[in-house]
Design a protein around this ligand. Sequence first.
Ligand SMILES: [Zn+2]
Ligand SMILES: [Zn+2]
Length: 190
Amino acid sequence: MPNGDAPRLKTLGDLFSDDACPLCGVLKEFQASYLRQPDTGLLANVCGSHTWMIAKTAEAESAAALYLRLLDRAATEDSQSDRCDVCNHIRREENTRLKEFAGQVARPEVLKWLQQRGTFCVPHAQALLMYLPESLQNDVLLALKKRRAELRKKLVDLLQDARRKRPVHGGVLGRVAEYLVAQRGLGLRS
Ligand SMILES: [Zn+2]
Ligand SMILES: [Zn+2]
């Protein structure tokens, strides 16, 4: 962080108020905060998504200094790189948060959330399973299964209504689209 402040983990209440992957939520916030004032002096390689995000959110001075450097590099032969320094920065935070979160899953309030309306994106569910004991892995897998089954049922109902020319509520499609897109996680470069 440019100002030296350590990012603070949101409270459990904040994390679990959304109907979405809590790890993605906390990392999106971390990313947004970093991109407002990126360490442009340290960034040598930036992926397409982060280049766009910097244009939208960074202070003009930081963004211009960074773009100037990237523009000059783009003129050289060896400028092609698959690396992204912003992705790597977020990836490091992600590993910290995953371990932190895995350590909290056994807490009653987290288990309750998980069993009632817990959800994760696929990449975070897979990563989390590696850190959890077998007894808790099952709760994560059940939560994912339950969420998918709920949405599937709503879709089947909607499809039936549509085929019978009954009025349908498009809100379900929006929710499923959001779910499908969110399943990919943050889409960081590896
Ligand atoms: Zn996620
Ligand atoms: Zn990136």
